[in-house]
Write a protein that binds this ligand. Structure first.
Ligand code: ZN
Length: 288
């Protein structure tokens, strides 16, 4: 078979022998592939630096029959994954993204939009946290995961009730609105039904299994994060670190995979920390 050239993100590297490794890549043109990289572990390997986890590289590979490994013949580093200041949270977020891509994509199924989304997200994770451009890691992940679910055909129902199909159109979200109480079960008017992967109204929520109580504001925020054209999530990232969204996404992935993701506990922990930090900052701002 003839060789193929593509941009690719390195998802996983497993040593195969003393000198070779098996590399799992998400390629731009051919989707996920697993390829043998002969001599990759030698000191002066031609792949040097280009097959580290989360590197973006230009690769050449020879596809093989279904069920056997492709052959990686060349890899040139385009961009290394270097989270700013080696923030541990950003590093974990990158590995979590690799885990999602590895677990939820099929070999040789091209997903160019998902590839572009992943490249952009890795870029976002490397953008310095300055006072001017602060994007919380939780928000970057929430954006990524909402978009990934939709691109895989599992987008969440956020506009109509899954029971009676009534449109759920809350008022427009003001940018200055506080972000607390997103999941108040008593006060909330909406519920997210995990079985329907959609919002349901109060009238339709009985007998639908597990529900997450949602305020209308929470629904609006999720819509912003799911909408590919809405960039408002970038300027209002404290929204994205609310634990109710983390719960929701963890349940979605668990439902699709039938087992927890390895890095879910680490991501839950970092979301909790960011949320606490942001709540403390708001309290201080009110006090000052
Ligand atoms: Zn309803």
């Amino acid at each position: 078979m003839s060789s193929e050239k593509s941009l690719a993100i390195v998802l996983r590297v497993v040593d195969f022998s003393e000198s070779s490794a098996v590399i799992t890549l998400l390629t731009q043109s051919a989707g996920k592939i697993s390829a043998m990289a002969k001599g990759a572990r030698r000191p002066k390997s031609a792949f040097f630096g280009a097959i580290d986890t989360l590197s973006l590289s230009q690769v050449i590979f020879i596809p093989r029959r279904a069920g056997s490994l492709d052959l990686l013949t060349e890899a040139k580093l385009v961009r290394r994954f270097r989270p700013c200041q080696w923030s541990l949270a950003r590093l974990y977020a990158g590995y979590y993204l690799a885990e999602l891509l590895d677990d939820f994509t099929e070999p040789h199924e091209p997903l160019p939009e998902l590839f572009a989304l992943a490249v952009q997200t890795l870029h976002d994770l490397q953008t310095p946290e300055t006072d001017f451009a602060y994007q919380s890691v939780s928000a970057i992940l929430l954006r990524y995961e909402m978009r990934m679910l939709q691109l895989l055909g599992h987008g969440l129902g956020l506009t109509h009730c899954a029971g009676c199909d009534a449109p759920l159109i809350p008022a427009t979200l003001a940018v200055t609105d506080p972000v607390d109480h997103l999941s108040n079960r008593r006060m909330g008017k909406l519920f997210f039904s995990l079985a329907d992967t959609s919002l349901v109204c109060r009238d339709c929520c009985r007998g639908r299994g597990s529900l997450i109580g949602f305020s209308e504001r929470a629904a609006q925020i999720l819509r912003i994060f799911q909408d590919p054209h809405d960039q408002a999530w970038r300027t209002h990232t404290p929204w994205g670190s609310h634990p109710v969204f983390r719960d929701l996404l963890d349940q979605q992935w668990l439902g699709l995979l039938n087992r927890p993701l390895r890095l879910t506990p680490a991501i839950r922990q970092l979301t909790k920390k960011e949320h606490q930090r942001q709540s403390a900052a708001r309290t201080k701002a009110v006090r000052d």
